[in-house]
Design a protein around this ligand. Structure first.
Ligand code: AMP
Length: 408
């Protein structure tokens, strides 16, 4: 980096610290300890990746045999346990989180008592759909037209204003399609309201215009503590029953759209002054328009393909970003299809990926298996994923089709 550029980034970082109250960046080299709030699969993969670089980890999770705790020391306590959070702070040089519903009080305590380069402002924004949309728009990036809704009368007015079909969502707490309803006809408004806001006195809801999309894509962008920004190639995401089933990379959209998607994600991560990873989910319309749907300030399932298919994985990138190292190269080395392994697929998927598989040999596919070590396997629960490295993503998709494992 040339000196003037470095100075400009440093000056920008200084200005934003004043604005967001974030802590000054510290560069933490391997040997430092990274504390992770949450001990699920994202923490585990972050720890595995960061440990390879020489970082130490400690996780906080309420479950005794959590996926991350199997590979790192763990403090076993509730997420909102202040004493446990203090112990995490005491044992760590830097703290990060692997899920976004971090208790606001704990987030504030940690930023006071430890170094949390991601700050708590980003969490505050992404924990609430209306705040999130406002932040995306403030970065000059389009979202689906929407209205804030707090009563049935407001819902009726908003639907008349936006026109149907629309999607009604809770502003907080919804995930994987829960806490939302598609409304196609005016007579469905009252039932949708009751379904999405059962019993809430003054519900906080958002009504969005239904976007007829050609496909859904996501871009994982990273910003380091000193302001360097990079993004990974967009993944095309296919959901089944609102759970991510496949990520296809390169996404099957023109390169110009891929480039624009990366630009938008980078604009958001810069505009929000985020540190670490920010996953940006978008809709692509038939006309090639892009609308951002959702953000996640952490490693994301749709970025798991990077573990085997990119020069740098999303987990290494997150570690680099929070430790203020130069960000890694995000180049895609090979086409890839990531397929999630849910509880009902586990045994068959392990068999298909680990044992001789004629179909994989015939198609020239290398299946790379990642299993998270969850003690209980349940239908619909994410137990692992397979990255299918292939010459063409069509071959990866054929393999998924022909193994017949993902039909239920
Ligand atoms: P979300 O919880 O916002 O990620 O939504 C879950 C899924 O619902 C998305 O992945 C989309 O497939 C669909 N969806 C959400 N919002 C919209 C929208 N405004 N228009 C069309 N589909 C939507």
């Amino acid at each position: 980096m040339v000196k003037a550029e470095g100075e400009a980034i440093a000056a920008g970082a200084e200005a934003q610290r004043e604005e967001t109250g974030a802590q000054p960046p510290r560069t933490l080299l391997p040997g430092a300890t990274i504390g992770v709030l949450g001990g699920g699969q994202l923490g585990r993969m972050m720890a595995l990746s960061g440990s390879a670089m020489g970082y130490r980890f400690v996780a906080l999770d309420p479950a005794k045999d959590a996926p991350c705790g199997q590979v790192t020391p763990q403090i076993t306590a509730a997420y909102n346990d202040r004493d446990a959070a203090r112990e995490l702070a005491r044992r760590s040089d830097v703290i990060t989180y692997e899920f976004e519903n971090v208790d606001a009080g704990v987030a504030a305590l940690l930023t006071e008592e430890s170094y949390v380069p991601q700050g708590s402002a980003l969490l505050y924004t992404t924990q609430h759909r209306l705040r999130e949309k406002a932040a995306i728009e403030a970065a000059g990036v389009p979202v689906a037209p929407y209205r804030k809704v707090g009563s049935l009368a407001e819902l009726e007015a908003a639907a008349a204003d936006l026109g149907l079909p629309c999607v009604l969502k809770t502003a907080t707490g919804g995930y994987d399609g829960k806490g939302q309803a598609v409304i196609r006809r005016p007579e469905e408004l009252a039932a949708a309201f009751r379904q999405v806001a059962p019993g809430a006195q003054v519900p906080e809801l958002v009504l969005e215009k239904f976007i007829t999309f050609q496909c859904e894509i996501s871009v994982i962008a990273a910003r380091s503590a000193s302001g360097e920004v990079k993004s990974f190639p967009p993944a095309e995401n296919i959901h089944v029953d609102n759970i991510l089933h496949l990520s296809i990379v390169p996404a099957r959209v023109p390169e110009e759209i891929q480039r624009r998607a990366c630009e938008l994600a980078e604009r958001i991560v810069s505009g929000m002054k985020a540190v670490g990873l920010l996953a940006v989910e978008m809709f692509v319309t038939e006309d090639g328009e892009l609308f951002v749907n959702e953000l996640a300030p952490r490693p994301h399932n749709s970025g798991h393909y990077t573990m085997d298919a990119c020069v740098t994985s999303q987990f290494e990138q997150h570690v680099r970003a929070i430790c203020n190292l130069p960000l890694g190269d995000t180049k895609l080395l090979t086409p890839v299809v990531m397929v999630n392994v849910l509880g009902q697929h586990l045994d068959g998927a392990v068999q298909a990926a680990c044992c001789a598989n004629e179909e994989a040999t015939r198609l020239g596919i290398s299946p790379k298996l990642h299993i998270y070590g969850k003690t209980e396997s349940k239908t619909g629960r994410k137990m692992g994923h397979i990255n299918l490295l292939c010459k063409d993503t069509g071959d990866g998709l054929s393999w998924v089709e022909q193994t017949n494992l993902w039909r239920n």
